[in-house]
Design a protein around this ligand. Structure first.
Ligand SMILES: [Zn+2]
Length: 1017
């Protein structure tokens, strides 16, 4: 899956915390079943310093949670029995014994041991007031089972399903009724019994089960009662006789349900066609936990099975599913029934998909695969670019992975209502229209969005679909890899899209989010549905991709990485994996004498949160390097002793541009010294910013680099210049460098013409501007505005307003002009207004270059043309342009318009509800709207979480937008008290911790930097 805003937004500094108090207290395990095979992918780092004990205790406790209460109860029972004695532990009192003390101690020890044994062997009730009950004796290790909806005891108390029964195949018939917005289903699940058991437990949510039968081996099917425990979205069938390991059985369930009105499960969507008629359709979105809303199933990624899917529909609609259609039968009720081939591969439930709609395709054959792009009929002409890009990318992946795409067809479908950016369902990838359709006037930037989303989802057909993470804690194996591959493949196949700029930006943004104390490890423990949703964040995607790039860049030659992943894909094809399986595959490929233990290095990057700060100093030919955790924290008492194996690359003044200049050194300890062949004037670490760390050069080092750039900025690559700008702003946020030093480095920017150094500096400066603006520091804000406009004045003046080809130049132009017009720069405003006027008057014949549409619509909305823009928005059919109009409308500074657009986003008629996170994000950027947005979120919280699941990326984004610019104690208290009042409706979300931490950091930044800013500006 790719979240919609992951490739379009300017992220703010917000991070992802894990509330250690938010763990659910786990109910007991059924001793008959193994709920979790504790082959944990969580690699514990030991022997690294003072926090070891805490880690160990925490880990012990979390393992206990996973293993269930049978372990916990036993240990706590022991603890209760032993506690009076452990307080006077003999071993402690005997630490320096005299002979007499020794005797006393030994005696005491004997007494303690005997009493402990007596207490342990006696029933717990022996010394209680009530004594032992005669019947129904309960031991502390006996599990407490929940009660089903019908009042019977539900036989399972865990969130994860038991491993005793595994599905082999699903035979699924679905009958959606698009008039009534309901569907019925008939599901036949064939299963294999792995361990003796008296029950089968699987998932189901919001399904009304009408009838169920069960058949064991060759026996006759009998009707069974299905128990349901709604809080865990589980159903179960209990048996009086044990099912025996090795047996085959079949569970058949008939059920009915409503098509979902949200964006997950089997949901309804609609659009208005050219003639103004409303057309309805039904589509699915199952990842991560919504297959259970469409059919009863074992809805965990490791329960792979085959699927035979049949769907009935009206004859003028078509049905699509993962596999090609095998046959169509006419039904007596006038409908037709499409039967799809059985999946040729075992598949996780979250990858199942089906659609009933009146879409039209364009197709072509690529190798042995029929590749098609589907859209609503009137957008058929917008599908060509995606088809072309997908065919090139499919060829690339077939060759790169040396495993051909395993299905006969691959459909890419644009769905009118779709919350995420796209979803990689095997053979049937679904997209938001803006992520797949490209109009004839689309800019290269829009093609870049489509190209990268298609590349991401195609990569998943191998990473995720063919080889799948065992559990959501390792989601990064899917998402980090697909994100990494999306950039690698585009660079190879569609180089004109200048994708490397975007990848650099993605890596820098991932660091900002990972710098907070509330961040989490790439591979991290996940227990509740909310925590599963929360894994879809920048750590899984962007940090995951960044550490893969770092690894690839640090390996000798360019083939070890590729060979390692081919080996991994081949070895685990059709199976589920853990993080360490990947590292082991990469370690096993030995190509050179400089062989590295990949597993040893990379497990430190996936098991620890955050990333290192490398401090460097040099004297003559001697270089001192040291590392520490780069941790943004408002709390000085927080310390971290994390260490990483860091592949430190470096260049120097005598050789700094070509790849051959790069030297490598692996920093494994807290500090090390290395010798250079000769004395150097300056050093730049992290060549092209391929490593996931920040560098502090010290006062002297920063001033050497600032001077070098001022003298000739082309002495470093643009990636290196961007990396310096990013690093110095990060260090300033950490309090390690003054704003004066930042100012010194930025001086060279008046000569800069490349895209990424400029966009990085603009992003950082604009973030500070917004903070000052919201903190009512208007006078200082105005000075900063003046500083930005003077720094980039010449470059802004050089921008033209006509069509340009280069993606990189378009990125530069849109960033510069959006800033200039936002700061009311006169000529910018005038140009934008003229273009808008011309556009309106031309009655649809004039076009605005795609990269300039946003700035033009923003200016229109913020002047007198808001209503004109609203009219255009109502008529616009091309989605990418329509979204920019919406963003323009939401950038208004008029309170009535702000409130209207927020409410309209929730109502979902004029503005689609899927766009609400975008609307809120835009409103919050402006001065007039951010407080309205915060009120709106508080007032409408329950409606918001009805539309967007608690913990989902959309909710994370809404919370971040609304709170990341607060910088006062009052707002901190408000945010804290609102979220703590929510209880199970979202109080324990990681994004709430991030929000609180960010507000505190903003507060601290304001307190410490205003004076220095006033001096410099
Ligand atoms: Zn993805």
């Amino acid at each position: 899956m790719i979240e919609n805003s992951m490739f379009e937004e300017e992220p703010d500094v917000v991070d992802l915390a894990k509330d250690s108090t938010s763990f659910p207290s786990f109910p007991p395990l059924d001793p008959d079943d193994v709920a979790y095979e504790p082959r944990s992918s969580r690699l514990l780092v030991r022997g690294l310093g003072e926090n070891d004990l805490d880690d160990e205790e925490e880990d012990c406790e979390s393992s206990a949670r996973l293993l269930g209460m049978s372990f916990m109860n036993r240990s706590s029972a022991q603890r209760v029995a032993a506690s009076p004695y452990t307080r006077h532990s003999p071993s402690r009192s005997c630490s320096r014994p005299s002979a007499r003390t020794m005797v006393v101690c030994v005696l005491l020890l004997v007494i303690v041991v005997s009493m402990t044994m007596v207490l342990y062997l006696l029933p717990e009730c022996t010394f209680t007031k009530n004594g032992c009950p005669k019947q129904n004796k309960t031991s502390p290790s006996e599990p407490v089972y929940p009660i089903s909806t019908n009042g019977e005891v539900f036989p399972w108390a865990q969130l994860r399903l038991p491993q005793s029964v595994r599905p082999l195949s699903y035979d699924l018939t679905l009958n959606p009724d698009l008039d009534k917005m309901t569907f019925t289903g008939h599901s036949v699940i064939t299963m294999f019994v792995r361990h003796n058991t008296k029950h089968i437990v699987l998932h189901s949510m919001n399904l009304n089960i009408n009838k169920a039968t069960f058949k064991l081996g060759d026996e006759k099917a009998t009707t069974v009662t299905v128990l349901e425990f709604k809080p865990k979205q589980q159903i179960a069938v209990k048996f009086t006789e044990e099912l025996k390991a090795g047996q085959l059985c079949v569970l058949t369930i008939d059920y009915s349900a409503n098509l979902s009105h949200t964006y997950d499960g089997f949901y309804n969507s609609s659009y208005t066609d050219k003639e103004g008629n409303k057309k309805v359709l039904a589509a699915t979105q199952f990842e991560p936990l919504s297959a259970r809303k469409a059919f009863p199933c074992f809805d965990e990624p490791s329960f792979k099975a085959t699927f035979l899917i049949k769907i009935s529909h009206k004859a003028d609609y078509l049905a699509l599913s993962n596999m090609p259609k095998a046959k169509t039968t006419k039904l007596s009720n006038g409908l037709v029934l499409d039967e799809f081939e059985t999946t040729s591969v075992n598949m996780s439930t979250y990858l199942v998909a089906f659609i009933v709609a009146n879409f039209t395709p364009v197709s072509k054959n690529v190798s042995n695969t029929l590749l098609s792009v589907y859209s609503v009929p009137e957008k058929k002409e917008h599908t060509g670019y995606a088809l072309d890009a997908a065919s090139k990318l499919l060829d690339f992946y077939n060759n790169f992975f040396e495993i051909p795409y395993p299905l006969q067809k691959l459909d890419l479908v644009a769905i009118p209502d779709f919350l995420a950016g796209a979803m990689e369902n095997w053979g049937l990838i679904t997209f938001r229209e803006t992520s797949l359709l490209v109009g004839s006037h689309s800019s290269a930037l829009e093609k870049q969005v489509v190209g990268s989303v298609v590349a991401h989802e195609l990569a998943h057909q191998w990473f995720g679909n063919l080889v799948t993470m065992s559990w959501w804690n390792d989601l990064w194996l899917n998402e980090g890899f697909a994100t990494y591959m999306q950039y690698t493949s585009i660079q190879n196949v569609l180089p004109e899209l200048d994708i490397e700029n975007l990848f650099l930006d993605v890596r820098l943004r991932a660091m900002e989010k990972d710098a907070l104390n509330s961040s989490h490890a790439v591979s991290t423990e996940v227990n509740t549905p909310e925590q599963v949703e929360e894994m879809f964040d920048s750590v899984s995607y962007e940090k995951g991709a960044s550490i893969l790039l770092m690894l690839n860049a640090s390996l000798p030659g360019d083939q070890q990485f590729r060979k390692g992943i081919i080996q991994y894909l081949k070895q685990f094809s059709g199976l589920n994996t853990y993080t360490n399986d990947l590292w082991n595959s990469l370690t096993q490929v030995e190509l050179s004498s400089q062989h590295q233990n990949v597993s040893e290095m990379m497990s430190l990057w996936t098991s620890q949160k955050g990333f290192p700060l490398v401090t460097v100093s040099h004297k003559g030919d001697e270089v001192n390097l040291s590392q520490e955790h780069f941790l943004l924290t408002s709390d000085n008492a927080t310390h971290s002793s994390s260490l990483w194996h860091i592949p430190v690359s470096y260049i120097n003044n005598s050789c700094s541009l070509a790849a051959e200049c790069r030297q490598l050194f692996t920093l494994k300890t807290k500090s090390e010294t290395l010798k250079l062949p000769e004395k150097v004037k300056w050093l730049k670490l992290n060549y092209k910013n391929t490593g996931f760390y920040i560098v502090d050069y010290g006062k002297e080092g920063w001033s050497e680099l600032s001077d070098a750039l001022a003298n000739n900025y082309q002495v470093l690559t643009s990636e290196d210049r961007t990396s310096l700008i990013h690093n110095i702003f990060s260090l300033s946020r950490l309090g390690r460098v003054s704003f004066h030093q930042v100012h010194q480095l930025l001086k060279y920017l008046s000569n800069e013409t490349d895209t990424t150094p400029v966009t990085e500096a603009l992003l950082q400066l604009n973030t500070i501007y917004r903070l000052l603006d919201k903190h009512l520091e208007h006078e200082l804000g105005a000075r900063l505005k003046g500083y930005i406009l003077s720094l980039f004045g010449a470059l802004i003046q050089n921008q033209t307003w006509g069509e340009i080809e280069s993606v990189s130049k378009q990125e530069l132009r849109s960033a510069l002009l959006e800033t200039a017009c936002h700061f009311n720069e006169e000529s910018c405003i005038k140009q934008a207004k003229d273009i808008f006027k011309n556009y309106v008057e031309s009655n649809g014949t004039a076009t605005i270059p795609g990269d300039l549409q946003q700035v033009v619509f923003n200016v229109a909305a913020q002047s007198d043309d808001w209503s004109t823009l609203l009219t255009l928005y109502g008529k616009a059919s091309y989605d990418s342009e329509k979204r920019k109009m919406l963003k323009g409308l939401a950038s208004t500074q008029n309170p009535q318009q702000i409130i209207w657009i927020l409410q309209e986003g929730l109502r979902g008629q004029i503005v689609q509800t899927q766009e609400l996170p975008l609307v809120i994000g835009t409103v919050c950027n402006g001065f007039a709207g951010y407080l309205f947005a915060w009120d709106f979120i508080q007032e409408n919280w329950d409606r918001l979480i009805e539309k967007f699941p608690v913990g989902s990326f959309a909710i994370q984004r809404i919370i971040k937008s609304a709170t990341s610019q607060f910088s006062t104690k009052t707002h901190l208290d408000q945010v804290q008290s609102f979220f703590s009042s929510l209880k199970e409706r979202g109080s324990s979300m990681r994004s709430v911790q991030e929000a609180l931490e960010t507000i505190k950091l903003n507060q601290r930044w304001i307190d410490t930097n205003l004076a220095s800013l006033r001096k410099c500006l």
